[in-house]
Structures are given as C-alpha cells and as structure tokens.
Design a protein around this ligand. Structure first.
Ligand code: AMP
Ligand code: ZN
Length: 499
C-alpha cells in the first residue's frame, strides 16, 4: 500500500507524494494559550502526532527516496499568543501588571501547562513550534505584498483582504462567495468594501499589544486572526529549509507550497480559507498546501463542550484520573475524521483494552526487529485508520495462542505488536497496569483503607455499608476477591484491576 490521505480541498482520498522527496513538510494550527487546553484541543495534537510518527516511519523505510531512508519530516505546530481572549484573561488574572507583562506571563504559563499535558499524552514535540508574536515582521511583509499586488486595501487604519480579488475564494469550504455573502451578518464594519473581506491588521487600543503597522499606517496595530499561520508556515516550511539547504531541486521548484496542512474541522472556514487566500495571493501560487486534513469534532457525553453546560473537560483533569495512554488510546479508537463522543464508559473501555495488551506482554518483550504488522500498516496507510489498526492488533493477540508450537511465528507477532504500538506512541506497555495502579485513579493507599473499612463494617454486621464500599471500589475499577484463609478460617480480601 501507499499512504493515502483524505484531502478536504478535493474531497477525496489521494495517494500521498511529498513535493520534495528530501523533506516532507506539515503545518498544524496549534492552541491559543490563555487557559488549560481541553480534551477537544488534544484531538488534533494526538491525531497529527500519529501522522508525524507514521511519516517518520515511512521516511526511514525510504518510501520516498528510493530506499535510502534519508527523507526528513518537518512538522511545524504554532502557538497563538496574540488574541483578544488572551488580552482579556491577562488583565483579569494579573490586574497589577502592565498589560504587556500580564500577557507575557499568562501565555508563558499556559504554554508550559500545554507542554506538560500533551507530553503526558505521549505526544512528540514538533520539529518547530513557532509563536505568533515572534513572527510579526514576516506578517507585515506578507501584508505589504498583498497591498502592493492589490489583494488587500487600507481603510481606517485597518488592512483588509479583498475576497473578490481571488476568483476561487471559498473552494476549501466548498461555498461560493455569493452564498457566503448571503449568509453574512448585516452589521458589517462600514470600512469594508465587501461583507466577506477579512482583517489582516487592525489598530491597537490602549493597553493592547501593539507593533509598528504595515502599509504606511501611522498608528501602531496588531495582526488579524489568520495572517500568523500564513507567515509562520512560510517561514518554517519554505524560507528556513531553503536557507538551510534541506530542500532538493524538486522542493525548490514549487516555491512556498508545502505538503500537508492540518487542524480541527471548525478551522476550515474561515481560518483555513483565509490563510490559503493570503498565502496564495501573496506568493502567486495555485495552492498553499497540497493536502488539507481536518479532524472531526469532539463532544462530551453527547453534548457540545461548554463551560455553561458544566461538561468542559480539560486534559489536566483527565490526567488526574488516568494515565495519559488511556486518553490517547480512547482518542485513537475513533477514526480522526469522525466526530467523537467523549464518555466515561469509553474511557473505561480504553483502560480495559490496554490492560489486555499489558497482561499479554506481562514479562516485557524487547523487539528483535523493527517490523510492524502488515495489516496494521495497511490500516494506517489508509487515511490513518487507527480503529482498524488497533482492531488488527487485538486480532494478533487472539491468533497468538494458536501459534504456541511455532516460536519463530510467535517472535514475529510479538515484534509486530510491540513495534506497532510504539508507532502509535505506546511504549513499555507491560508496565501499563502498574502505571494504572500508581496513577491517582488507583491510589493504593486509598484502596487498602477502603478495604479495611469494609472489613470493619462486615465485622460489625453492617452489610449495607460493606456493600456500599464494594460498589465504591468497583466504580474505581477495583474487583475484590474474598477468600477464606485455610489455616485461620479468616476471610482475606485481595483486589485486582477489573478486566
Ligand atoms: P483553539 O485553541 O480553539 O484555536 O484550537 C486549537 C485546535 O483544537 C484547533 O485545531 C481546533 O480545531 C481544535 N479543536 C478545538 N475544539 C475542538 C473540539 N471540540 N474537537 C476537536 N478539535 C477541536
Ligand atoms: Zn492556523
């Protein structure tokens, strides 16, 4: 099989061929850093981490350079650290600090939290993680270019993108400009020529972050929402690789264009539509990226996640209850393009399946080759079909006992299993059950103290209380086993993690 990926731009699955066989280049829109990341934000981070790992695996196998295995994979995932929500939250949190310091403090703290959370989910750092505020000169340069070639105009100290200047504006979102204009809100800012024109740069109010403006605007300003990604993608996937000489002639032949652009489905419109409009019109290219990939949305217990509904789940909260691999596994049980309903019962199911792997590999297994399971590979190469890939690994477990007489076959299966799970970001799985016990969810001391209370309740013939405690432990995933000690006749209670 060759890798095929669903492309939002063409609305079909296509075989993936990098522009440059020496360097596969991918950009993914990262978080806006003003608060703990929620479990929905974790979805693109995990999905594109799996794609990053798969691309690296295929690169190392020599998939695109005739077997040499020297292809680089450059993955850029940005941090959005300039935004209205950030400004508001910074002033609220640090009223005593000047706004710029408050913003710097809030974004630094939130970025650190984000890094800790996603590291616990087994996510690799991307090749580069640019911050919007460090690419302001590149944004200004793009805006100057757009004004110079008449794709953008200045009005009341704003710079706006003129969408009528781009004949196929709306192609990614699959909507015509007429349709979009018909749906546009009536209270369109008076300085816009057309209702769908969007802001590239705007003047800063007192207290807001401000930089010298482009296009001859005298008052200081700040970037609009979309321009940062156009600037950072071009810098890190075109300008820097070009400077470092890590692009081959094939890569240089299509200036500015890169391979894969990703993010959540909510970003298709307006964010990605506008990003690609800016980039294409500034550079005069037919596309910004060849393949556009979008993960489906995540809901919680059947409802849209929102603070007011009280079902807003942060990664941090989940990590207080579960080892990160449970969350990662649960995420990968659904195909990335499907919507996902995040439920407690699915989390418990993910835990059970990982326990199964953990018990199977109980003694630990050091792989003796770097092979992965062929069916697993086919599933991943088929538009990153992680549920099918995982189902294939479960099949391996079931087949295994039938091979008990064949050591070579068994060894191959064990290698496949360990290497395939590692490709998905799961390592040292034989220790998983131990990690589960050590995680807060299975606080050993708490389990033992509950068992003592239950024994005491039973001695006092308070069976109702004893049953209540048994149920409480069950809810924590603990199965009790009562057995009579043959010598003393006393009841001894042991426990294990529920299967
Ligand atoms: P934001 O911080 O809101 O800009 O979002 C960062 C990333 O998370 C983007 O790729 C979003 O598309 C994605 N995202 C946000 N909410 C969800 C959700 N509920 N389900 C899936 N992806 C989401
Ligand atoms: Zn973006």
């Amino acid at each position: 099989m060759t890798l095929t990926l669903y492309n939002t731009l063409t609305r079909r699955k296509e075989p993936f061929r990098p522009i440059d066989p020496a360097n596969v280049r991918m950009y993914v829109c990262g978080p806006t850093v003003y608060d703990f990341a929620h479990i929905g934000n974790a979805r693109p981070v995990i999905v594109f981490d799996v794609l990053f790992r798969l691309l690296r695996h295929l690169a190392a196998e020599g998939e695109w350079d005739g077997g040499k295995g020297e292809t680089k994979v450059t993955y850029a995932r940005n941090i959005t650290d300039v935004d209205d929500k950030i400004n508001a939250r910074a002033i609220e949190r640090y009223p005593e600090l000047p706004p710029t310091e408050a913003i710097a403090r809030l974004t630094a703290e939130t970025t650190e939290q984000f890094h800790k959370d996603i590291a616990a989910l087994g996510v690799l750092p991307p090749t580069v993680e640019p911050r919007a505020t460090q690419s302001i000169p590149e944004m200004r340069a793009l805006i100057e270019a757009l004004v110079a070639n008449r794709h953008a105009y200045v009005a009341q100290d704003h710079v706006l993108f003129d969408v009528t200047s781009m004949p196929d504006y709306g192609r990614l979102a699959n909507r015509s400009l007429e349709e979009m204009e018909a749906g546009a809100r009536v209270d369109v800012a008076p300085y816009k020529k057309g209702p769908m024109d969007f802001v590239l740069w705007k003047p800063s109010k007192p207290g807001e972050p401000a930089w010298p403006s482009p296009a001859g605007i005298a008052v200081p300003g700040r970037p609009g929402w979309h321009i940062e990604c156009s600037a950072m993608a071009d810098r890190w996937l075109w300008q820097e690789p070009q400077l470092k000489g890590v692009l081959s002639a094939a890569g240089l032949a299509r200036p500015h264009v890169f391979d894969i652009h990703g993010g959540g489905i909510d970003l298709v419109f307006p964010h990605h539509e506008n990003e690609l409009a800016q980039s294409r019109c500034a550079h005069g290219t037919p596309v910004m990226a060849n393949v556009w990939m979008h993960n489906g949305f995540l809901q919680v217990e059947g409802e849209k996640m929102s603070k007011s509904l009280g079902n807003f789940v942060t990664i941090r909260e989940l990590l207080e209850e579960w080892p990160g691999e449970v969350i990662r596994y649960q995420m990968l049980k659904t195909h990335y393009r499907q919507p996902i309903d995040w439920t407690g019962s699915a989390t418990r199911q993910a835990r059970l399946e990982l326990i199964k792997f953990s018990r199977f590999l109980r003694g630990g297994w050091k792989a003796t080759s770097d092979e992965i399971s062929p069916s697993f590979r086919d599933a991943l190469e088929d538009d990153l079909n992680t549920p099918e890939a995982l189902a294939g690994l479960h099949n391996l477990l079931s087949e295994f006992s039938a091979l008990s007489h064949d050591g070579t076959q068994q060894e191959a299966r064990l290698n496949w299993l360990v290497n395939s799970m590692a490709l998905l970001g799961f390592h040292e799985l034989h220790l998983f059950e131990q990690r589960l016990i050590e995680s807060k969810k299975l606080d050993k001391e708490r389990v033992n103290s509950l068992i003592s209370s239950r024994n005491a309740a039973r001695k006092a013939k308070n069976f109702k209380e004893a049953d209540r405690i048994r149920e409480e432990l069950k809810a924590m995933g603990i199965q009790l086993k009562d057995a009579k000690d043959p010598e003393t006749g006393e009841i001894v209670t042991t426990w294990e993690v529920m299967r």
